[in-house]
Ligand binder design. Structure first.
Ligand code: TYM
Length: 334
């Protein structure tokens, strides 16, 4: 089993990233490494070139996000690196641009959302973004890719690219990866709008809980989170039409490792005046130790940088044979 996942270096990590991705990464590191499998986790700094990040921000964010992953529990059992230090990602991505089809990329909802109406003004990289993502995954023969639900479509595209490439060259160069979508936290939504995902690009900081937020800020954000006036029902299904309420219950369940149904049973009949403080206390108890470790690591940025370089050396070695096989399969003399 080889697990691989990545995260864009576009800013501070938030609760959606933690519950939708990082928490699973840490759990997988424990179980997969015990069974002799590999885990690769990387910072997608090349992908961040398609967004609005200044060069200085990109460099510091890469270190800060690596520090956050280390603070959350990623350690030497995993290979942690930044994409730019492994040139094979860019090299394979170009090869796969010969495989992926315009129509496939045109259907990507992330492209449609991010480019909006101004497609002519969008960076080309935003359009070909999923091809680089396919390269990230296929380069390592990853068998499983833990991601949030929003990345499912990119994973399907990765499988399509792998299948077509293998068929075109008549050889099984790439493994077809399986997505692993967490059922504990499929999609964490904004605290201000239960229909929009919690995102670092939301202009309102009140819409998300950042992993660097202090206890007081966390409490305040949950206190001010949008909800409704109804008490909690006794079934999770009863929240189907109450997006904000459902989101808070989902967050509680993911933080507590409980089923959402068990959470509504615990709070059935109670209003948000009671539920929100309980949720804030729970979030603080989970996030505080991570934040404390993170603060320590941010005082030692060089150590974090050295960890990334060490990870890149391991990743380069793993990537080399697959890049070579792909190059040879398409007749490149290298
Ligand atoms: P990114 O940086 O947007 O998000 C990183 C991971 O966090 C998950 N996530 C969420 N999960 C639940 N609720 C949310 N509100 C939420 N917001 C983010 C995402 O699903 C993701 O798993 N394209 C990827 C990065 C990437 C990648 C890869 C992932 C590049 N190459 C190869 C896997 C394999 C992305 O933009 O993630």
């Amino acid at each position: 089993m080889r697990i691989l996942s990545g995260i864009q270096t576009t800013g501070n990590l938030h609760l959606g990233n933690y519950l939708g991705a990082i928490k699973q990464w840490v759990a997988m590191q424990d179980s997969v490494s015990a069974e002799g499998g590999d885990c690769l986790f990387f910072l997608a700094d090349l992908h961040s070139l398609t967004g609005d990040v200044t060069p200085a921000e990109r460099a510091s964010t890469t270190i800060e996000m690596a520090a956050t992953l280390l603070a959350a529990g990623i350690d030497d059992r995993s290979i942690l690196f930044n994409q730019a230090r492994v040139p094979a990602h860019s090299e394979l991505s170009w090869i796969l641009q010969g495989t992926a089809r315009m129509g496939w990329l045109n259907r990507m909802t992330q492209w449609k959302d991010k480019a909006g109406k101004n497609r002519d003004g969008a960076p080309v990289g935003l359009f070909t973004y999923p091809v680089l993502q396919a390269a990230d995954i296929l380069l390592y023969q990853a068998t499983h890719v833990p991601v949030g639900e929003d990345q499912k479509q990119h994973l399907e595209l990765t499988r399509d690219v792998a299948e077509k490439f293998n068929a075109d060259v008549g050889a099984d160069i790439f493994t077809l990866p399986e997505p692993l979508i967490s059922t504990a936290a499929p999609r964490i939504m904004s605290l201000r709008d239960g229909t929009a995902k919690m995102s670092k690009s939301d202009p309102s900081d009140m819409s998300r809980v950042n992993l660097i937020d202090s206890d007081d800020v966390i409490a305040q954000k949950f206190r001010k989170a949008r909800t409704d006036a109804e008490p909690l029902p006794d079934t999770f299904a009863g929240l189907a039409e109450r997006a904000e309420a459902r989101n808070l219950v989902t967050i509680y369940a993911a933080l507590a490792d409980m089923a959402p149904q068990a959470v509504v049973e615990r709070f059935a009949g109670q209003g948000f005046g009671a539920f929100k403080p309980a949720l804030a206390d729970l979030a603080i108890s989970v996030l505080r130790p991570i934040r404390e470790r993170l603060t320590g690591l941010l005082d030692n940025r060089d150590t974090v940088g050295a960890e990334l370089a060490k990870g890149a050396a391991r990743a380069n070695a793993l990537a080399a044979p697959t890049l070579r096989a792909a190059q040879e399969a398409v007749g490149l003399l290298v």
